[in-house]
Write a protein that binds this ligand. Structure first.
Ligand SMILES: N[C@@H](CCC(=O)N[C@@H](CS)C(=O)NCC(=O)O)C(=O)O
Length: 217
């Protein structure tokens, strides 16, 4: 049985929600293992054997680990095409991967600068500066996603909810932690409410023990 290692509220939510979609579409069950990032569980020798970078997610299939969200998304789609997680048409599929690559290699690392400024500057003032600029850049990314949502039909990758929608939910939640008020991105917020109401997404959120209410004024 496939097993996903995830951190509650982390980017691992993207494959987690996808596994729930696959389960609903095909009956394929999966196991999960929580990795408490704040407790450093991603740096134990056992975990580093699965992912030497000490990051979630890891998908284990037949006892073998697969790292990196994009690779996991591609694998899940090819293994369970019935779930319709990525478009079948080659051009549409490449466009979908383009959006996911941008989310994974640009939007996501911008937030890493907000969350862990100590990784990017040594002095306290410099860290505050890194964080403040990263919040500005992150907000710009959220506005780009809001513009993409304006063209969603009805989901970001087309007629079926998928990875990009789940990533969009994760990013808006993270924005709340960075004091970005979701009410200031109303179309984005309405979209995420719609994503969160999907039964597969609601199941993954319940298992992770997370909600959308991360913003504190
Ligand atoms: N590019 C990686 C990014 C993974 C990543 O950044 N994971 C974060 C959580 S969102 C993590 O595990 N952080 C733990 C840490 O920094 O110690 C992927 O796609 O899997």
């Amino acid at each position: 049985m496939m097993k996903l290692y995830y951190g509650p509220g982390a980017c691992s939510f993207v494959p987690h929600a996808a596994l729930e979609v696959i389960k609903a579409a095909t009956g394929t069950d999966f196991e999960t293992q929580t990795v408490k990032l704040h407790k450093g569980e991603q740096r134990t020798p056992e975990y580093l054997a699965l992912n030497p970078l000490g990051l979630v997610p890891v998908l284990v299939e037949d006892g073998k680990p697969l790292n990196q969200i994009l690779a996991i998304c591609d694998y899940l789609d090819r293994r369970y095409p019935q779930a319709g997680l990525l478009p079948a048409d080659p051009w549409q599929r490449a466009q979908a991967l383009s959006m996911l690559a941008w989310m994974n290699n640009s939007v996501h690392p911008t937030f890493t600068h907000v969350f862990r400024p100590t990784n990017f500057a040594s002095g306290e003032a410099a860290q505050e500066d890194v964080k403040a600029l990263a919040v500005t850049r992150f907000r710009e990314h959220l506005e780009r996603i809001q513009a993409m949502i304006g063209h969603a039909s009805p989901w970001l990758l087309g007629d079926k909810p998928s990875f990009a929608d789940f990533y969009a939910l994760v990013f808006l939640r993270w924005g709340g932690f960075a004091a970005i008020d979701p009410a200031s991105l109303p179309a984005y917020k309405a979209f995420v409410d719609r994503v969160a109401a999907l039964p597969a997404v609601a199941s993954a959120m319940a298992r992770e023990g997370i909600n959308l209410d991360t913003y504190k004024a």
